[in-house]
Design a protein. Structure first.
Length: 330
């Protein structure tokens, strides 16, 4: 039985449109990273990511053309300068690639169940399979090089018990219980995330040409310093060892390899989206009241920062409008 010719649903249009912007952004980063990376194993991974991004854009273009839909502007070769000397260390490049694949493992699986047409299901299934494969390669290389940031390893109580008192939730007043495994995982995950995000913002602030973009990114660095102080305080009080450092080195260059538009989009999507995904997960799985309060305050602070980033993109006319339906009002 042949494929039934059905139109795209609004969800499918939204997903392929977002995927096009994401793939066009990734391609510009991967192209520059591939040209400037020194490590041969890293270059092999980057070459695969470049090819996948190029193929993804072609596949998505074909779907847009088939449906007579406008192809998004996305990001082009005008948003990257491949002739600029090396800016990011190889390790920093690995961290960024790892971060981008984590975003893909969030967005592609959430898009797949909503697809009804074979072509969109085939696209997202292929994207999921490639991302899992390349994520494994990136993780293996990070482990080989000893740069993968792991959660704390601590001795756990092996008894199984049920919560029988409300004081289990206490953390703000008087005696509080030790943090549990989900809370340690949440704290370390967000702490690692904050440190990585800070270094991305710091490096991008060095590259940005617009005064307003520089100021915005610098304010983000200050906000993330406060986040790290807050979370590190909990680990220190609990006497839990953690590692939140990494080789986030970057070098002096005469020109920026990326447009301000590209960098701000990366900040708002990759960093911003993960910020709220992680915080929401932490809020639903943390039970101690003081930790929940900290995550709630961090969420409010980050909403202000990323909200201002969105307004800045609108002011600079960098925000591409998503597909819209015809006006159905009479």
């Amino acid at each position: 039985m042949g494929e039934i010719n059905v139109g795209l649903t609004s969800t499918e249009i939204s997903n392929i449109w977002s995927s096009y912007l994401k793939s066009s952004m990734e391609l510009r980063f991967f192209q520059y990273f591939y040209r400037t990376a020194d490590d041969l194993e890293l270059k092999k991974i980057l070459e695969k990511m470049v090819v996948f991004s190029e193929n993804s854009l072609n596949d998505l273009k074909n779907i847009f053309l088939k449906e007579n839909l406008p192809i998004p502007l996305g990001f082009t070769d005008k948003d990257v300068r491949l002739d600029v000397e090396k800016f990011f260390s190889d390790t920093f490049i690995l961290y960024i690639c790892h971060d981008i694949t984590m975003l893909s493992l969030t967005t592609y699986p959430s898009a797949f169940p909503d697809c009804t047409r074979n072509d969109t299901r085939d696209y997202f299934q292929g994207a999921i399979e490639f991302t899992i494969s390349i994520q494994n390669e990136i993780t293996d290389l990070m482990l080989q090089q000893g740069i993968f940031l792991k959660s704390p390893q601590v001795a756990m109580d092996h008894t199984i018990d049920l919560v029988d008192e409300m004081k289990y939730l206490n953390g703000l007043f008087g005696h509080s219980r030790p943090v549990n495994a989900p809370e340690i995982a949440n704290l370390s995950r967000i702490l690692h995330r904050a440190h990585f995000s800070k270094m991305v913002l710091l490096s991008f602030s060095k590259l940005a040409s617009h005064k307003e973009v520089k100021q915005h990114l610098s304010k983000g660095v200050d906000a993330l310093n406060k986040v790290m102080d807050t979370l590190e305080d909990t680990f220190n009080k609990e006497n839990i060892p953690y590692s939140a450092s990494g080789d986030f080195n970057f070098f002096e260059v005469n020109h920026s390899p990326f447009s301000d538009k590209l960098m701000l989009f990366f900040v708002n999507t990759c960093l911003g989206m993960f910020c709220f995904i992680m915080i929401n997960q932490a809020l639903t799985s943390s039970l101690r009241s003081d930790i929940v309060t900290k995550f709630t305050l961090i969420s409010a602070q980050m909403k202000k920062f990323y909200g201002k980033g969105l307004l800045l993109m609108i002011t600079e006319k960098w925000l591409e409008q998503p597909p819209q339906v015809f006006n159905r009002k009479s």
